[in-house]
Design a protein around this ligand. Sequence first.
Ligand SMILES: [Fe+2]
Length: 233
Amino acid sequence: MIFRQLFEPETCTYTYLLGCERTRRAVLIDPVASEAEGYLPLLEDLKLCLIYTFETHVHADHITGSDLLRERLGSRSVVHREAGAPCADLLVSDGVLLQVGDLEFLARHIPGHTNGCLSFVMVDRVFTGDALLIGGCGRTDFQQGDAGRLYDSIHEKLFSLPPDTLVYPGHDYAGNTVSTIRQERTKNARLSGRTREDFIALMNGLDLPYPKYIDQAVPANQACGREPARQGG
Ligand SMILES: [Fe+2]
């Protein structure tokens, strides 16, 4: 398997490139529009054909590159059916298996940060988006956020994975790159050792600032990253 963890420094966003060595088919998880021009030579150097872009959710801090890549490379965008982005090519629900050459990704619905959050599970790793971060989790005070739902979905669908499963998050603000399910179960500052009620109280009391780019990013991402001038066209 070909694997690259790419980093967009302004919003500390991770984008993941995964490619099948045999078929040269590839997927980008959470591509960023401002970085999209850089993905093209990378795919070319690695002799990969981009089949899909997977969105873990409708992001509030950056604009997805999925529409741009769709236009340039013919890739298909994948989002959860409740994400509020009907412009996507595939609207998936919990339990859908996505195949890219020899690579298999199980889509799991992890609501709580947003209604339509997805994690993508492979044999040895999981891409958690903003639902589960290294040592933390996504906020639950915007975009249909619900702390109780997040607690339940993390415990039911992520913490139940084998302990050695690698955890690749959607962001990291401290330079961490990868964790494991075991590490998050035992050391996550928001989740470890907390009851559901404790977690809800903690999340509801965070008092975080209003997200800087949410008013631009959410409508753009609900249109798959399409620029306003091109929307509807
Ligand atoms: Fe998010």
